[in-house]
Design a protein around this ligand. Structure first.
Ligand SMILES: Nc1ncnc2c1ncn2[C@@H]1O[C@H](COP(=O)(O)OP(=O)(O)OP(=O)(O)O)[C@@H](O)[C@H]1O
Length: 491
């Protein structure tokens, strides 16, 4: 039976009679494997312990992944043995090669450095926990770690390793994803913060896992706080991006205040690739999340530049350290990224082979809806000089007098009202449902709101002003303010 919505986006997996291939990996080595989206890799560890970016694999349990570049690491000297076989992924049509590429490497010094970093962070967490028990009037926060580096330097993999190992040692750090391209426990176009209270789901589309929208799951669903940015690239509207970071920072820090386990565990922040030219963004993140450890991926120049920039904070408030880049990092091109985004979106609505979800397709009247759209900075460059800057707006925030007027002016820099929704601007797009009840003038609330979830618009009927939408859950469409994103998706 096909799932309502994306016309049965999940193809049944054919049983394959193919032979299993055995891989033996000695202690502290790793099996590196690249699996194209059009190929499914089934594998199971049959002896010993293997882990993928810190997540331990269950023994004798068959797992399957597609469209991933993974390393299965042997954390113990006894190593592990696994079996795998491949089959075609019929739900994906790409012109990639069908073959997986794999090899075993014992050059895992980088991974061992990541483990040492984790152990150092865990020692700090333990000290903070002890201190907080003895000094309830003067509680401190666990380490707030910011990962910075070049494109494809292993930032996300390190974030996974640090959060998985922390979780294994009974900590619950908040994993913050500031790369809107990825969609972590959410869709691409968002930035999010998620307490990691259970292991990651390496079988899910991006290797993180499902969220609570999805019903009963094998893994504990994670509960992210999601801010909608609406674009994949941070440069599309840098002011909006920085604004959303600051609001996410406020929410995350208040979460730390409220929950002692999370406060002791701290924060791990993954970022898009940032260089020293992006120092204002880095400074913003450092202050918004009270970062006290910056981890630079391999880049010595960046390490030194950052040490100079943060000279005034070094030792007392901030450490800047460098870790090596793994030799296993795989090339990832734009089409692979786009395909991974599509899989993330598909999985958000339909689930995956293990967890099938029941999205809900319905027609709604679009006449009375208030829909905003993120503004492209390039589109407003010419009018920008007439508007207050984001910084002046932020400074004005606490000033109640004339607040509404200032906010509405500032809003034009971030969002514009979609006065004429049409098939040309809405067909095959993703829309965010905010927490705000319908109002044509939400003011600064629109900037400050978090996201309830996302819907997919497959068709806007211009003559009837009706939209065909796909919701991740059955039920009435929430009558809230909507934000149309720049993230497209074809069924
Ligand atoms: N040791 C390894 N063996 C095999 N593949 C790896 C290894 N480490 C990382 N990868 C893969 O290499 C790719 C790039 O790594 P990752 O996404 O962590 O880098 P990044 O710096 O976050 O990238 P971006 O700049 O695109 O955000 C990913 O597909 C990741 O799964």
């Amino acid at each position: 039976m096909s799932i309502p919505g994306f016309g049965g986006g999940i193809e049944p997996i054919e049983n394959t009679s193919g032979e299993w291939t055995t891989v033996e990996v000695t202690g502290f080595s790793e099996w590196r494997v690249e699996v194209p989206h059009r190929t499914i890799l089934k594998f199971k560890v049959i002896d010993g312990i293997g882990e993928i970016f810190g997540t331990e694999l269950p023994l004798n349990v068959e797992l399957q992944v597609s469209g991933v570049k993974y390393a299965v690491y042997a954390p113990l000297s006894s190593g592990f043995k696994l079996e795998y076989k491949t089959l075609a992924n019929k739900s994906v049509m790409t012109n990639e090669d069908e073959e997986i590429s794999d090899y075993i490497s014992n050059e895992t010094q980088a991974h061992q450095a990541y483990i040492n970093l984790h152990l150092g962070l865990q020692t700090i967490r333990q000290e903070i926990r002890d201190y907080n028990i003895l000094n309830p009037q003067d509680v401190k926060k666990g380490p707030r770690v910011l990962i910075i580096g070049n494109p494809n330097s292993g930032k996300t993999s390190l974030a996974k390793i640090l959060s998985s190992y922390a979780n294994k040692m009974d900590s619950t750090p908040v994993l913050v994803n500031l790369n809107p391209r990825d969609g972590v426990f959410s869709l691409p176009g968002s930035i999010s913060a998620t307490p990691i209270s259970d292991s990651l789901d390496i079988e899910s589309a991006n290797g993180w896992g499902f969220t609570t929208t999805s019903g009963s799951l094998i893994h504990n669903p994670k509960q992210p706080i999601v801010k909608n940015y609406g674009f994949s690239s941070i440069n599309e509207n840098l002011d909006l991006y920085k604004y959303q970071i600051s609001k996410l920072g406020v929410t995350v820090l208040s979460r730390l205040e409220e929950d002692i386990t999370i406060r002791n565990s701290g924060i791990i922040i993954d970022t898009p690739s940032l260089t020293i030219k992006d120092i204002t963004i880095i400074e913003n993140i450092v202050s918004d999340f009270e970062v006290n450890i910056i981890v630079v991926m391999g880049n010595e120049r960046l390490l030194n530049d950052l040490k100079k920039k943060f000279k005034h904070k070094l030792d007392s408030q901030l450490q800047v350290i460098k870790v090596p880049i793994s030799g296993g990092i795989a090339e990832v091109d734009d089409s692979f990224i786009r395909r991974s985004q599509e899989e993330t979106i598909k999985e958000y609505f339909n689930g995956n082979y293990k967890t099938r979800l029941s999205p809900f397709k319905t027609d709604i009247d679009a006449k009375d809806l208030t829909i905003f759209k993120g503004v492209l900075s390039s589109d407003i460059a010419s009018t920008l000089s007439f508007l207050p800057s984001a910084d002046s707006y932020a400074a004005d925030e606490s000033d109640d007098k004339d607040d509404k007027d200032k906010t509405d002016d500032s809003l034009t820099k971030y969002y514009s009202l979609l006065t004429e929704p049409s098939s040309s601007n809405l067909d095959n797009s993703i829309m965010a449902i905010t927490q705000l009840p319908q109002t044509s003038n939400p003011g600064k609330d629109l900037l400050n709101t978090s996201i309830l979830g996302y819907v997919h618009i497959s068709k806007y009927e211009d003559d009837k002003h009706k939209m065909k939408i796909l919701l991740p859950f059955p039920g009435a469409f929430p009558k809230n303010v909507l934000i149309s994103t720049n993230i497209g998706f074809n069924e």
